[in-house]
Design a binder for this molecule. Sequence first.
Ligand code: HSE
Length: 435
Amino acid sequence: MTNALRLGIAGLGTVGVGVLDILAKHGEAIAARGGKPVKVTGVSARNKTKPRGNHNLSHLEWHDDPVALAKSAGIDVFIELIGGESGPAKEAVEAAIASGKHVITANKALLAHHGVALAKAAEAKGVALNFEAAVAGGIPVIKALREGLVGNTPKRVFGIMNGTCNYILTKMGEEGRSFEDVLKEAQELGYAEADPTFDVGGFDTAHKLAVLTSLAFGTEVNLAAIKIEGIENVALADIRNAAELGYKIKLLGVAVNYDSGIEQRVHPTLIKRGSPVSETDDVFNAIVVKGDFVGDLVLEGRGAGAHPTASAVLSDIVDIARGNFRPTFGVPAAMLKKYKASSPRAHEGGFYVSLDLHDRPGAVAAIATILADEKISIESIVQHGKTDSSAPRAKAQFILITHDTLESSLKKAMERIEKDGHVAGTPRVIRIERF
Ligand code: HSE
C-alpha cells in the first residue's frame, strides 16, 4: 500500500479541529482523490487538555513547541494554523521548509509580510507552500488565480474579503444595531480574528488583497502600498442614506492593474444594490476577477468559520498528496515583477459625501461653489430636513454623490467646506465602486 501522507497540525483552534472533522468524515474519499491515505501524526497547541470535538488525540506526537513539530521526522506536511506575521508561526514555517517539509498555511499576515522570502525558500527546497485557506476562507480563489485563470492577465481584482466586517455591516443595515453590538456577536460566533482590530480596521482584508494582487498581476507582494481604512467610522446614518440612494456599504479590497502601475486600497465602499457583490451579505465573501480574456468572474461563498476554512486546507493537502505543486505566487518567486504604484487618477465611481449643514440661506450655494472651484461635478443630491427645527441653528443632512474625481481634489474641497462655517462636524466621505 502507498505510504500515507503524514500531517502535523500546529494550532488546534476552530480551523484545526475543522480539518480533523473533515478527515474523520471523508478520510476514504480523500485517500482516493489524493492517491494515498492522509493521516494526522503530530500536533502542537498551547493547551493539551482542552476538548477538541470528539477527536482523540492521545496517540499523536504532541509538541508544545511548533518548531519541534515542524522539524519532526514523523511528518511530511506542516500545517500552520497559529496565525500572526512573526513569532512562532514564522519560525515554525521557516523550520519546516528548511527541513524539507511541505507547508500549508492559513496565515495571510505571514504571507503578506514575508510571502516572497518564504516562497523563495520553499522553491529552493523543492517543497510546496500552499495557502488556499489564507484568502476568503472556503472560496477556492487561490487555485482559480494560480491555475484556472492562467490564460488571463486580470485588470482588476476586488471584493469582500472579511466575513466579520461583512457580518457587521449587514446586521447594522438590516437590524439597525450598533457597530459594537454586532462586533461582539461576530466574535462569539468565531468569525473574528484574535484581535478584532485586524478585521474592523481593514488589515485582514489588506493582508488578503496583497496576496491576491501578487497572484493576479505577477508582482512582488506589497502590503505597505495599500491604503487602508476600516469600518469603525461607518455610521448607521451612512448605511441608511446609501440604502435610500440604491446602494449598500461593503468593506472592499480593490487592486487595479493600470498601464502606469498598480493601485491597491481597502475601504468602506458604496456599491449599487442588485450586483453580486452588494448582495453578498453576512459572513459571506465575494471576489471579482476581471480577466482580460475570460471577462468578469465572481466567486462567492463562506469566507470565515471552521469548516469552510478547513475545506480550503483539505484542498492544499490533496494537492500535495497528488504531487500537484505550483509556484507559490503563480510564477517562480525570482520572476515576480517589481511592484510599481500607479500614478494618481480620478476615482472611477465617484464619492458619497454626507454633510451636516447649518440650515440657513447660502449654505448649499457656498458648498456648490467650493466643489465647482475644485472641478468636482455632482451627480445627485439628497437633503434631509431639519433634525431639530426649534434649535437656533437647525441642521440639515446634505448628501452628495460626485462623478469621477481625483481624491486630492475632493480632500481639498472637504477641507475648505469644513472651514467655511456652514457645516457642523467633519464631512463623511465614502468611495463608490462601479460593478
Ligand atoms: N477574521 C476573518 C474574517 C477570518 O472575518 O473573514 C478569515 O480570514
